[in-house]
Design a protein around this ligand. Structure first.
Ligand SMILES: [Zn+2]
Length: 374
């Protein structure tokens, strides 16, 4: 399926432009396939869900692990670290969130923060790769790691991992039971990427479990992270005023609802190219530009809000400013968005040396160096 990239020309107009003005600019929202109503569906069929539970309970019993305690409240006795990590990736970020746990028991959609970043019946949190989810999967750039230490009580591997649609196929997943009897489900991983550790093996917090993929009922590479307490009550790891499942956060450090950041800056002579599912995208990174070549500068955001102004600069080797401008997103919120500025003939007379593409956004400075040469 085609990624949805939407922007009108006036949405991208930069402000306070100084220096050498870009010849073209654009961009807009990237709508994850995981976030489109048509694709929303249970991430594991009821039959496969039951099969997973049967395996988890059978193995936990065999291993003599903690079982449901009487009258336990709906909280878990372990704290979670972030379940993803870059795998040899130098980008400042690599994900965005398409769906939180659906807190509404009826057909409404309600996330823990009283918003609607979910779909009806969703039982986990979906972290999709952004930008270039297929490229990232193909290059093993983002790994799933254990949010908490525990014991592998079930696993499934060997399933097709380039899914573009909702289906009834099984996923590649690891299920980790923690010391208090709670269980975390890590789903949709890349075929053959799972940890070599088997049922009954211990994993440490932060330990490798697999690579983010698109196995099972999935429309794009993402991690579906689902959590149960020792009594098989669904837990939403995020605390918030509309979390009716549990009062306390499960995170050691809960990230903001709008976790605004820049995931990646790209400099190139050809614009980045998206693709149709499940083909890899073309980032077209090229940090070596010759005098007068076309140059493209792109920025990939997560949770961009229109109240957040980005300050852009392209700086020459001697520290003087070649171009500067400001930019605001036109929308109240985008889970993922990208914006680009093109020069059809960049620095036709140089100077040569190491230049810098820089963005100040939400209190952080992001930069990407590139060289210009004759
Ligand atoms: Zn999900």
């Amino acid at each position: 399926m085609l990624p949805r990239l939407c922007a009108a020309a006036d949405e991208t107009r930069p402000g306070n432009v100084q220096g050498v003005v870009a010849d073209a600019s654009g961009g807009g929202e990237y709508v994850s396939a995981e976030n489109t109503a048509a694709q929303a569906g249970e991430h594991l069929s009821p039959a496969l869900r039951q099969q997973a539970w049967n395996e988890i309970r059978r193995n936990a019993r065999k291993l003599g692990l903690a079982t449901a305690s009487q009258g336990a409240s709906k909280l878990i006795g372990v704290t979670f670290a972030w379940p993803l990590a870059g795998n040899g990736l130098s980008d400042p970020g690599y994900h965005a969130i398409s769906n939180f746990v659906d807190q509404a028991s009826n057909s409404q959609v309600l996330d823990y923060n009283c918003g609607a970043r979910s779909y009806n019946g969703h039982r986990g949190t979906d972290y999709y790769l952004w930008p270039f989810s297929w490229y990232k999967m193909d290059n093993n750039q983002v790994k799933v790691i254990a949010a908490a230490a525990g014991t592998i009580v079930a696993r499934s591997d060997g399933n097709f991992d380039r899914s573009c649609s909702v289906n009834n196929n099984n996923w590649n997943a690891v299920y980790v039971q923690h010391s208090d009897g709670s269980v975390a489900w890590y789903g949709h991983m890349k075929n053959g990427s799972l940890t070599a550790k088997g049922i009954g093996a211990s994993v440490a917090q932060g330990e490798y479990l697999g690579i983010v993929g698109s196995s099972g009922s999935s429309t794009e590479p993402h991690l579906h992270f689902e959590v149960y307490d020792a009594n098989s009550n669904l837990i939403d790891p995020y605390a918030g005023s509309c979390n009716g499942l549990n009062l306390q956060t499960a995170w050691a450090s809960q990230r903001a609802y709008y976790d605004s950041a820049i995931n990646k800056l790209i400099v190139g002579t050809t614009p980045p190219a998206f693709s149709t599912c499940p083909n890899a995208e073309s980032p077209n990174e090229n940090t070596s530009i010759h005098y007068g070549q076309p140059a493209n500068f792109s920025t990939f955001y997560r949770d961009q809000l229109n109240s957040q102004q980005s300050q852009y600069r392209i700086v020459r080797p001697n520290g003087t400013v070649f171009a500067s401008w400001t930019h605001n997103s036109p929308a109240a919120h985008y889970s993922s968005s990208w914006w680009y500025w093109n020069w059809s003939s960049f620095a036709p007379t140089g100077p040569s040396g190491t230049w810098r593409f820089e963005v100040v956004y939400n209190g952080q400075t992001y930069s990407q160096n590139f060289t210009v040469s004759p």
